[in-house]
Design a binder for this molecule. Structure first.
Ligand code: PRP
Length: 193
């Protein structure tokens, strides 16, 4: 059985193609490069969802002339959802950053801002460690779900209130590796298991 046929029953409409995602990351990189021109920057990706975005964004930044003077890449791992589709409670820190953030220009990189609690919590966590500056960058923004106001300094693509998977977004750890974003047919996905 091919991956395409396995996913075919569970995946609904495509929300963003791989090309649209790539173009959005290019736009994010252009804006970030301009704002941090000549300054050092620490990209802090929020695992696991932002694994792909952090890699692609860091490479897109490397391709921009006159961007940051130097770029470090690190990851922090938190989880809110477990194996459910409904987020609840505070994000759990599963793995801290290895690079000290004190005195750094930190850019928190996450795949999606949903209810906002993850970025709110991580923002407070990072601020306590006294970075020189702190900003946030997300690829997907679902403003209709927001429960707390969080500053999004760089946001790529708006999302409707649909259960989306791909490009880092998962359902029970599946579908993260899709290069595009699709709506998940939860019933078909459940029956597939
Ligand atoms: C997802 C996503 C964001 C967060 C956004 O992570 O990757 O980090 O939820 O949701 P929020 O705005 O409602 O807080 P999740 O906790 O599912 O872990 P994962 O990255 O390992 O999938």
């Amino acid at each position: 059985m091919t991956a395409g046929s396995t996913y075919g029953e569970a995946l609904g409409r495509r929300l963003y193609t791989a090309e649209q995602i790539s173009a959005a990351i290019g736009r994010l990189a252009g804006a970030i490069a301009a704002d941090y021109a000549g300054q050092p920057l620490l990209l802090l990706g929020v695992l696991k969802g932002a694994l792909y975005l952090t890699v692609d964004l860091s490479r897109a930044l490397a391709a921009v002339a006159d961007g940051p003077s130097e770029i470090m890449v690190d990851y922090i791992c938190v989880s809110r959802y477990g194996t459910s589709t409904e987020s609840s409670g505070a994000p759990r820190l599963l793995l801290g950053a290895s690079v000290p953030v004190e005195g750094q220009n930190v850019l928190l990189v996450d795949d999606i801002a949903d209810n906002g609690l993850t970025l709110e919590s991580l923002g407070a966590f990072i601020q306590k460690r006294r970075p020189a500056s702190l900003r946030t960058c997300v690829l997907f923004d679902k403003p209709s779900r927001r429960r707390v106001e969080v500053p999004l300094h760089y946001a790529g693509l708006p999302l409707p209130d649909a259960f989306a998977v791909g490009y880092g977004l998962d359902y029970q750890e599946l579908y993260r590796n899709l290069p595009y974003l699709a709506e998940l047919n939860l019933q078909a996905s459940f029956e597939k298991k």
